[in-house]
Write a protein that binds this ligand. Structure first.
Ligand code: FES
Length: 106
């Protein structure tokens, strides 16, 4: 059960217990993390689950799908390490991963 740290735009941090195989978005929602809105429920059609995955984990993720890339093109505060959390599946290798959340989702 990987422990993942979510950090908001003000630097406040929360730890969340995630289940391997669930999406990063679902882990955030299940742990009551603000800043992941997930308005489409994980269908890759809203981009309100936008987040920033810190190194070194970002480079270890499977690449974004074409659909995710299209959605990321429309987010308000894109960065090189932007991902949609509903498209990232949690694995045991993500233990202690750090995820930052954009100010626009508060
Ligand atoms: Fe809508 Fe991720 S929850 S795109």
């Amino acid at each position: 059960m990987p422990l993942i740290t979510f950090i908001d735009h003000n630097g406040n941090a929360w730890e969340a217990e995630a289940q391997s195989g669930q999406s990063l978005m679902r882990a955030a929602i299940d742990n009551g993390i603000d800043g992941i809105l997930a308005e489409c429920g994980g269908a890759c059609s809203c981009a309100t689950c936008h987040c920033y995955i810190d190194a070194p984990w970002f480079d270890q993720l499977p690449p974004a799908s074409d659909m995710e890339k299209v959605m990321l093109d429309g987010v308000l505060e894109p960065q090189d390490n932007s991902r949609l959390s509903c498209q990232v599946d949690v694995t045991e290798a993500m233990a202690r991963m750090t995820v930052h959340l954009p100010a626009s989702q508060y």
